[in-house]
Design a protein. Structure first.
Lengths: 284, 536
């Protein structure tokens, strides 16, 4: 290339087959999921094939981007573009959680009191307005999740992981590679510990508390909100691991390391969502 | 104005030494915004024909009372897929196609900010289209709930509903990626000197539209995810016995659904804001107020959703709030209509095809907007909810609004894209046939609705027969008139009178400083921004 990363010229990537591979992956994933959910043979294989193609695409595409980045192909304008894009992507993720938080608030503030109102007495006699509730059709007793056990420890873990990640960032900016590596490794460890505790908590809920995904709206909102959050933590841990591997390979400089910052933004977003969950799902 | 200056910013490219893929590989691997824009436009036209064929099945069935050609279940599937395909497959991709082609050229950028992701945004559309259309052939058929996918009906549907849900997920990913790309391009890639308030209005409409998409598509994703888990994993979001509420789905859906209306309308406003000044040979009147009106419409669109739900049981105070909030949107929309009209005031007007479609848009969209105000009134809407009046209203907004504006844009920019002038006689014929048949098809539906004919029902009472015949004739006429677009586009791509760099003498903006056809790579370096070109 005759114009590497010059300030005034735009960067346009080479033609790439990865978008088409990604689309094939999503078609396979969607078809496989539809087949599985409707108990049609071989759905699982289609789904696994979808995941395999998706993984290939992610490795190939991100590998390409990392190569371009390390090859000094990106100028400051590209760097700014990445910042805008990551910000808007996180905003879209926020809006996804807004739908589920909104559903929770609607159910607690409107749906449950309405079902317990005198107007509904003919249909749902004796149903009391209370939370948690599995709805008027439920007869199975279940236990409520309490905030000050495992969830409180998990809050502490995630908040600490935010601190260790910032400490790692300071290390990156100050060219202290060992601080960077230790900080990242600690963050990943805290994230994995969080996920282990969440798996333990789900196990407790299913084994001893009779609290399941099918336990009316309480089960639905609890498992869907914490489940999607846990999925995002898993994504965050995966991305942090990629960053750690790149750090070990000697990537990033004190000035240019947006991949690290973007993942850090994402991690803090996951952290903030958890605080919302802790307050409205576990505590109140 | 820049007859000699354009050559410096066109043609040369630092990738010229590489062999670019040719044939089909060019299209599946491309990172060029013009290629991707063309693919979006072709895809949307194909989907427009598919969705249009479905609407003709609907109109054929409604031509006479009684059940003629299709079963009620299949009729429901047709009206559902017609809506989903037209909204997500035809209109939205058409304006994304315009955005891809025009935004980089309007702001002096070489391409979109994320050229590879741009290609993925496009290539996500075919899998979604495959899922939607293939769902007709699976056991139980396609989703038959209407595009709103309301539970409990959507909980009871067969696997076609699951395919629709995943199609919506994939379309949502495509829209979010496309929107992030467009926002980043507009905010970060403008040529030096082009401040936001000097940016062409089409870019402004897309900036706000992209924001609406990023904010609302994840909400829809959440809604259909809850549907999916209610269907297959035993959750109770929309089941009263479990403490949920089917009305909850309506709230979440319309929190997406109403911004979606403006996602379709705003880029249409943007196109018209370029076409009317060009053929009035005057700058757009009230540029700043236009920008604020776009932003206001975008913002208010998030606070009016329950006007779709007056009869589903919301409190009186809620009804009043949503009525007034909805009427508030008429203010910025009115600002825009008055500004377009004032732009034409004392202009030297000519009436080439783009201008005709823009004027058709202006008249018919205003009618659709006014019937929207009628429907905004709770007391009236309780009578008109789910009647053909609503169908007439939103087809005036969606077809005569969005589609006519898309045609205005197509005829306006086709010379820039192909380097040839289109056939003006066929263009005008296309406009007049569309204008006349559209009104024959949809104006009588106002009367049907006022008389009480319900929508989404394949049969109707005898007294509605005459207007349905008229509407059916209009629909078939309108449908077949659209094939003229194919003739025009094929002719223009293959040849015709040479178009200069500025084929419309009243058009301004950086895109008109480029030669026609626009070279494959444009603006390798940021071009100088002439203040006189501002407010294209």
């Amino acid at each position: 290339m005759s114009h590497p990363a010059s300030a005034s010229r735009y960067f346009v990537p080479q033609p790439s087959h990865w978008p088409l591979v990604g689309s094939c992956a999503l078609l396979l994933l969607a078809s496989g999921a539809v087949l599985m959910m409707n108990s049609i043979a071989n759905g699982g294989f289609v789904l696994i094939a979808g995941f395999a193609v998706l993984a290939t695409m992610l490795f190939g595409w991100f590998g390409r981007v990392i190569g371009e980045s390390e090859g000094q192909r990106y100028n400051m304008q590209v760097d700014r573009s990445f910042r805008w894009a990551m910000g808007w992507f996180i905003f879209s993720e926020v809006m996804f959680f807004v739908a589920f938080f909104g559903a929770l608030f609607y159910i607690r503030v409107l749906a449950i009191p309405d079902l317990a109102s005198p107007a509904q007495a003919a249909l749902w006699e004796g149903f009391q307005d209370s939370w948690p509730s599995a709805g008027p059709g439920a007869s199975d007793p279940f236990s409520k999740m309490h905030a000050w056990g495992v969830p409180a420890i998990n809050t502490l873990l995630l908040l600490s992981s935010g601190a260790t990640l910032t400490w790692a960032h300071w290390g990156l900016v100050a060219e202290k590679r060992s601080q960077l590596i230790i900080g990242l490794a600690l963050t990943i460890a805290l994230g994995v510990l969080f996920l282990c505790l969440q798996v333990f908590e789900y196990g407790e809920a299913y084994e001893h508390m009779n609290l399941k995904l099918t336990t009316g709206v309480y089960g639905s909102t609890f498992f869907m909100l914490t489940g999607f959050h846990g999925f995002h933590v898993t994504l965050g841990v995966t991305m942090l691991t990629v960053i750690l591997v790149r750090v070990l390979k000697g990537h990033f400089t004190a000035e240019r390391h947006f991949a690290f910052e973007g993942v850090a933004w994402y991690w803090h977003f996951v952290d903030v969502v958890w605080l919302g969950l802790f307050i409205v799902i576990y505590w109140l | 104005m820049h007859a000699t200056s354009h050559t410096g910013y066109a043609g040369h490219h630092d990738h010229d030494s590489h062999a670019h893929p040719t044939g089909w590989k060019r299209w599946v691997t491309t990172t060029n915004h013009k290629d991707i824009g063309s693919m979006y436009l072709w895809f949307s036209f194909v989907m427009f024909l598919v969705g249009g064929a479905m609407s003709l099945i609907i109109r054929a069935e409604l031509f006479t009372p009684g059940l003629q050609y299709v079963s009620p279940e299949f009729y429901n599937q047709m009206l559902t897929l017609h809506a989903l395909i037209m909204v997500f497959g035809a209109i939205m991709p058409a304006f994304v196609g315009f955005a891809n082609w025009m935004i980089p050229m309007m702001i002096g950028a070489s391409d979109m900010a994320f050229a590879r992701m741009n290609n993925w945004s496009f290539w996500l559309l075919p899998p979604a289209a495959i899922l939607l259309t293939a769902s007709i052939f699976v056991p139980g058929g396609a989703a038959g709930t209407g595009w709103t996918l309301y539970p409990p009906l959507s909980i009871q549907m067969g696997m076609g509903m699951d395919m629709a849900i995943f199609a919506v997920h994939i379309l949502g990913m495509s829209s979010i990626m496309g929107s992030i790309n467009i926002i980043t391009t507009i905010l970060n890639m403008r040529t030096p000197g082009m401040t936001l308030m000097k940016m062409p209005l089409f870019c402004w409409t897309w900036l706000v539209t992209a924001f609406l998409l990023i904010a609302s598509m994840p909400i829809l994703a959440g809604a259909v995810t809850m549907l999916l888990t209610d269907r297959h994993f035993g959750t109770s979001f929309f089941a009263a016995a479990g403490g949920g509420d089917p009305v909850l789905f309506q709230h979440i859906f319309w929190f997406f659904g109403h911004p979606e209306v403006y996602i379709i309308a705003l880029p249409a406003f943007g196109v018209v804001s370029h076409v009317i000044p060009a053929f009035s040979r005057k700058p757009l009147f009230g540029y700043v107020s236009m920008v604020y009106a776009i932003a206001a419409i975008g913002l208010i669109s998030f606070f009016v959703w329950a006007h779709h739900m007056y009869v589903t049981g919301i409190p009186l105070t809620g009804q009043l709030y949503f009525m007034y909030a909805t009427m508030l949107i008429a203010v910025p929309t009115g600002v825009k209509v008055f500004n377009w009209v004032t732009t034409m005031w004392r202009g030297s007007l000519t009436f080439e095809t783009p201008m005709l479609f823009a004027l058709g848009f202006l008249v018919l969209f205003t009618i659709g907007g006014l019937t929207g105000l009628v429907l905004a009134m709770t007391a009236v809407d309780i009578q008109l909810q789910d009647t053909y009046y609503v169908v007439a209203h939103f087809h005036y907004v969606m077809v005569a609004g969005a589609l006519f504006s898309a045609y205005a844009g197509l005829y306006f920019w086709l010379p820039k894209w192909t380097g040839h002038m289109y056939n003006e006689s066929i263009g005008k014929l296309h406009f007049w046939l569309s204008m006349i048949f559209f009104n024959i098809a949809f104006f009588p539906q106002h009367f049907l609705g006022l008389a009480g004919m319900p929508r989404r029902i394949p049969d109707y009472a005898q007294q509605f027969a005459d207007f349905n015949v008229i509407s059916g004739i209009g629909a078939f006429g309108f449908g077949f008139s659209q094939l003229l677009v194919l003739v025009v586009v094929f002719q223009t791509v293959r040849g015709g009178a040479r178009a200069g760099s500025r084929p419309w003498d009243g058009a301004h903006g950086l895109e008109w400083t480029l030669p026609s056809p626009a070279p494959y790579h444009t603006f390798e370096d940021p071009p100088p921004f002439n203040q006189a070109e501002a407010h294209g």
